[in-house]
Design a protein. Structure first.
Length: 284
């Protein structure tokens, strides 16, 4: 069944004209009155609707049923990424959405090729948000990830408050329902502890109460973390082409980010981000 993002209030019995983009897609598919389609507005679940009227430029539907279906990843991941050049950012947004990313913050770093401010930044944000919505239509997600306005890395880092020095109190991310947040920084030039070691340490932390256990201290950010379940919220910081420079890497670590690696191969910026994302979102 065809799926369309419809960012409007939806309810069973509602009769509405589809937004222009969805209406065009319905017309391209040559749907007729009586045909059914799926709508989602990002507020939870999806709706089965029936085409009631096909006009030359408008499509009217009636909402028949609500299905409380969610297909979100068990681990929420906020990806902060140095924007790759050309069309690779579009590709990154699309694939990250399919993998279940919760939020994407495009960043400008010292080695970034793309610089966006003002109206250009707003247009790009709107474009990437549309790419994410389209990816949700394809992959079955009913909640569209948030794509933030592009900003400088140093500005973004200044707002980050959860760090290694604070892990003893296990501060929570209020925007994620009070769940523990773990930061990890991925840098193409840094070859330190692998990301799967971070995850293994967290899983081992569920089995032992001694926070000094060798697995629980694999990374500095976990050195004082008490035994706890696998966190539901992650923040991943990934550099652009060429990675973060030494100053940026140090600034991230000073905020409590733990440096991790995806292996001894040099990955493109978007490949590294998606590889880390897959490890987290595809883990139960």
């Amino acid at each position: 069944m065809a799926r369309f993002h419809c960012p409007l209030p939806l309810s069973v019995g509602l009769v509405l004209d589809l937004p222009a983009t969805a209406a065009r897609h319905v017309q391209v598919l040559r749907m007729q009155p009586g045909h059914t389609l799926t709508l989602f507005n990002g507020e939870g679940g999806e709706y089965i609707a029936e085409v009631e009227h096909m006009g030359r430029s408008d499509v009217r539907v009636v909402v028949r049923e609500h299905i409380a279906q969610e297909r979100e990843a068990a681990q929420r991941v906020h990806l902060a990424v140095g924007m790759p050049a050309n069309e690779r950012m579009d590709w990154l947004v699309e694939k990250a959405t399919e993998l279940g990313v919760h939020r994407i913050t495009p960043l400008m770093t010292e080695r970034s090729v793309i610089r966006l401010t003002g109206e250009r930044a707003e247009k790009k944000q709107a474009h990437w948000q549309a790419v994410a919505a389209s990816a949700c239509e394809q992959c079955g997600r009913n909640r569209v990830p948030v794509i933030d306005l592009p900003e400088r890395l140093d500005t973004w880092l200044a707002r980050q408050t959860v760090g290694a020095q604070q892990t003893t109190t296990a501060p929570s991310d209020a925007s994620q329902g009070g769940e523990v947040t773990v930061h990890a920084v991925l840098s193409l030039h840094a070859s330190t502890q692998p990301l799967n070691a971070l995850m293994q340490a967290l899983m081992e932390a569920q089995k032992v109460s001694d926070a000094s256990h060798e697995n629980a201290t694999a990374l500095a950010a976990l050195a004082e973390m008490p035994a706890s379940p696998m966190p539901k919220t992650w923040v991943l910081l990934n550099g652009p082409e060429g990675g973060l420079n030494d100053t940026e890497d140090a600034a991230a670590r000073a905020k409590g980010f733990a440096a991790v690696s995806l292996g001894n191969r040099v990955l493109r910026a978007e490949t590294a981000a998606l590889g880390a994302l897959a490890l987290l979102t595809l883990t139960p």
